[in-house]
Design a binder for this molecule. Structure first.
Ligand SMILES: Cc1cc2nc3c(=O)[nH]c(=O)nc-3n(C[C@H](O)[C@H](O)[C@H](O)COP(=O)(O)O)c2cc1C
Length: 398
């Protein structure tokens, strides 16, 4: 029997957990329509605002590892469509795809409730199932007191959340989208939970500067010889997103949509184990197109097969409590490296790392490393640097 990928979020049913993040792939209704035809479970529209948006040219920069883009930076603003264009588009898509939830995404300022309320009503009346509040864009808007400037200020963020949550005619769930660029994301989330938030999305892009072209000495992205700080996305931010989602799933415990560095179904599985019923994908769709969702679903099914999970509810939140405070971690186990001699190529990388970054615990004998168990502290560095995966960390019984 094929595994069932369906999931629910705040009472809204999704055929699969893969939804498009608010980003260029959801810039227009036509793009969302094509994404649904390709199999995406839902979509967050590119964030709507009342003010007209004019984007910069040349607004992206990347980090490459060989042919693969592993880091992406953008200086992009919000939706170039007007609210009315989006409301019409949402209505039409909802008629054609009644079982593919659409999530509105809106942004205003901390001093104008009417703008937030009118955008929220507009999305809801057009048929949006859920509503994301963009409290987290790290560039362009913070200098106007919007985006991450709101998500970094619990008073502003709670005030806006309360305007929407207490408004009798707004009945769809309110989901602040949070930034990880705060001292303690749980503190902000708890304030927002008290103000009436129903769930969270985490995280948005991470504040960044992508450096220089060393031949021209021009900054990246190069906008006439100058640049500005941007937002970092793609695989490099996955650990930051995992931490934020882990913390939010534990406290205050409202349901979280995960976003940040998800590029395949195995990444999705990790966020779902923490408790996220939905995963959003942005950058990877920009790089590889909507067709990516087929492979993502296959990979998630493969993961489920390894463990005998037949439905997503079998593992969503299963490892929610796998982190604890540092002080609670046990130091009592004697982890030690063991050499898988058949795999070892005798390259010596482990010895150099242990000598200059560890405990000088690796000697050499007959072309192979030998571990001095007395000086070894079991730190695991040798196992990570070994290019042949020939060193395994094991709990020592000695
Ligand atoms: C070019 C670009 C534009 C984005 N625009 C928005 C936006 O309008 N609103 C929003 O909430 N997030 C926006 N994001 C952030 C994404 O929704 C997502 O949270 C972030 O990129 C991390 O996910 P990823 O690593 O899958 O891209 C944008 C991201 C990119 C790369």
């Amino acid at each position: 029997m094929p595994s069932d990928l369906s999931t629910t979020y705040l009472g809204v049913a999704f055929t699969n957990p893969f939804i498009l993040a608010s980003a260029p792939p959801t810039a227009t209704g036509d793009m969302v329509r094509r994404a649904f035809e390709a199999g995406w479970g839902g979509a967050v529209i590119k964030t709507l605002t009342h003010e007209p948006v004019r984007n910069l040219p040349n607004r992206f920069a990347v980090i490459r590892n060989g042919n693969r883009i592993t880091g992406f930076e953008n200086l992009e603003l919000l939706s170039e469509q007007t609210p009315d264009q989006w409301y019409r588009a949402i209505e039409v898509i909802k008629t054609d795809f009644p079982h593919r939830p659409i999530i509105g995404s809106i942004m205003g300022t901390a001093d104008a409730p009417d703008k937030w309320l009118s955008l929220a009503r507009g999305c809801q009346d057009a048929g949006a199932d859920l509503l994301e509040l963009n409290f987290s864009c790290p560039h362009g808007y913070p200098e106007q007191g919007r985006g991450a400037a709101i998500g970094q200020n619990p008073d502003y963020a709670a005030r806006i959340t309360a305007w929407l949550a207490t408004c009798a005619d707004i009945t769809i769930p309110i989901i602040p989208k949070l930034t990880a660029a705060v001292a303690d994301i749980r503190h902000i989330a708890e304030e927002l939970a008290k103000a009436g938030a129903h769930g969270f999305c985490a995280i948005n892009t991470v504040p960044s500067f992508f450096g220089f072209d060393l031949k021209t000495l021009r900054p990246k992205p190069d906008i006439n010889g100058m640049t500005s700080y941007g937002g970092y996305s793609g695989p490099g931010i996955k650990p930051i997103a995992l931490r934020a989602v882990s913390e939010l799933c534990q406290l205050p415990g409202l349901p979280v949509m995960a976003s940040g560095g998800i590029v395949n179904g195995f990444d999705a599985a990790e966020f779902m184990l923490l408790g996220a019923p939905l995963v959003q994908v942005g950058t990877e769709v920009m790089l590889r197109g909507f067709g990516l969702v087929d492979g993502m679903q296959q990979e998630l099914r493969e993961f489920m097969g390894w463990h005998g999970f037949t439905k997503t509810a079998d593992f969503i939140g299963l490892r929610r409590n796998s982190t604890t405070s540092f002080g609670e971690l046990s130091t009592g186990h004697g982890y030690r490296p063991r050499l898988l001699a058949k795999r070892c190529t005798g390259c010596g990388v482990c010895r150099a790392a242990c000598r200059d970054g560890g405990y000088q615990a690796i000697g050499w004998n007959d072309l192979l490393p030998v571990f001095d168990q007395t000086s070894c502290s079991g730190c695991s560095l040798c196992s990570h640097v070994c290019p042949a995966e020939a060193i395994k960390m094991e709990i020592s019984t000695e």
